[in-house]
Design a protein around this ligand. Sequence first.
Ligand code: FE
Ligand code: FE
Ligand code: ZN
Length: 304
Amino acid sequence: MEKLIIGSHVSFNKQTQLLGSLEEALHYGSNTFMFYTGAPQNTNRANIDLEITALAHRAMKEEGVDFSNVVVHAPYIINLANPEHFDFAVRFLKEEIRRVEMLGMTKLVLHPGSHVGQGPEIGIQNIIRALNTAIDNETKVTVCIETMAGKGTECGKTFEEIKTILDGMNYKDKVKVCFDTCHVFDAGYDLHDLDTVLHTFDKVIGLSEIAVLHINDSKNSLSSHKDRHENIGLGEIGFETLLKIINHPKLKDVPKILETPYVTKDDTSKDKVYPPYKLEIEMIKKKTNNPHLIEDIRSTYKKD
Ligand code: FE
Ligand code: FE
Ligand code: ZN
């Protein structure tokens, strides 16, 4: 039986860095993980500690975590589609690629960007120019362009837009795709008819180009363009469909990363404090839906 490659978004802090991220992932029962090298919404980044990185690499080998399945997510404020902060965004992306390489990781997920009113065609041309500036002969990481929900003026909301970006690349083998289930559904692809969506993706881009899967349920309905992630089984996509994607034979070698929301202490509280991943990963491994997921997460963490 082949092994399911599954993990979630985990934290990465200045002190424990990659080692802390690995420990958090293992605690959830994961065999891979995804992290931001700093806060997702800004570009302040700490230096990579090479000693901690070496320790983490050793621990990953011991735990059987394959480096090539680990994902770094670039901060989402990098907007390659907008020429106003173009030079800054390209410079930051280059630095981020370097950081991923220093960490010994190979996959960097990137939001294509928002065209902020100039239209998707111009936005996509800017994205192509930016990626071709940031990626060169020396680049070792694979940049994974994420499929987007089409919120606001986001580029990359259709498979065709993603394909246009890929076709514009000077180094085609260094750029692949991150398929986000919530985003694809919100963008208007009905995952309940999974065969049709995957067939369309295969025709337009090619299933072999999928390097990362983001597994999220959606709070909103098909074509909502809202991009609000929901916990596994509690949203509009639903458990059965997510499970079909996760266990699809053509996607078996692709790491599956959960980015579902943290859970509040109780119904009246607003602060999301409890990570859902341990229980969600359990559900996925057991192939059994848990309609009491939220209550179960709360009681798990209240005991600690
Ligand atoms: Fe993302
Ligand atoms: Fe995502
Ligand atoms: Zn999202």
